[in-house]
Design a protein around this ligand. Structure first.
Ligand code: FE
Length: 240
């Protein structure tokens, strides 16, 4: 699941996200502008600023809050939920807060690529040891420039076009504009051409191929496991 959040009206974000639980997934927050503070039940604290990434592996259970440090101005960012395989869902939570300076920026003519996870042109992102072997890139292309990358044939992939207009592959598509999520067919070569100056995310990961049961902030394999998570939360035994 990918959520784009953004507002220039402080009333939309000033209440933040008070303490709430997650289980069975990793949540990846990528801030483009604004400032929020994360605190969680494992004792982790981290400030999320423009360009930073918070990679939280909720696994067996974490309770966290995400509250604004900013008092006004523009908030804009993304939260991606990455599923975890059954054998890892009830393991120990992990938290990685990555400042924007730690994210490699590959600058080429007409092109900027930030490598949050995975590999682009030999540059590796700061995140490692994630079971679905994610690729997470933030790409900026000038008008008429091209972006190419080799993907793994078995992975599921999508592009989220933040702004601009792009063409994907050699086939004719409907015109793709701002705030569009494009799920890609499986393949090894991805080619994107910018019709206008464009900014987009490229996300790819290994499919888990297990049943999915979702209940609010929990993603498990069965309904019974969701009910267990709710019960654990109400009993105060959620955080192991
Ligand atoms: Fe959350």
């Amino acid at each position: 699941m990918l959520d784009e959040f953004g507002s220039e009206n402080k009333r939309d974000y000033i209440d933040g996200f008070p303490p709430h639980p997650h289980r069975g997934i990793e949540t990846v927050t990528y801030m483009l502008s604004g400032e929020f503070r994360h605190e969680d039940s494992s004792g982790n604290k981290g400030d999320m600023r423009a360009g930073s990434v918070q990679w939280m592996t909720a696994a067996g259970g974490i309770i966290h809050s995400e509250m604004p440090i900013m008092k006004e101005g523009k908030l804009h960012g993304f939260q991606l939920w990455i599923n975890m395989p059954a054998k890892l869902k009830m393991t120990k939570p992990k938290y990685q807060n990555i400042d924007s300076e730690q994210i490699p920026l590959v600058q080429e003519k007409d092109k900027h690529v930030k490598v949050i996870a995975g590999d682009y042109n030999g540059q590796k992102g700061p995140i490692s040891g994630i079971s679905v072997e994610p690729l997470y890139l933030d790409v900026e292309l000038n008008k008429d420039s091209n972006f190419e990358i080799k993907l793994l044939k078995i992975h599921n992939s999508f592009i989220y076009l933040i702004e601009g207009q792009i063409e994907i592959g050699d086939k004719k598509h409907d015109e793709l504009f701002n705030s569009t999520l494009i799920t890609l067919t499986k393949g090894e070569e991805l080619k994107v051409k910018a019709i206008t100056k464009s900014k987009f995310l490229v996300v790819s990961g290994k499919p888990i191929n297990e049943p999915i049961a979702r209940g609010g902030p929990f993603v498990m394999n069965t309904k019974a496991e969701i009910l267990q998570a709710i019960q654990d939360y109400h009993n105060g035994t959620f955080v192991k």
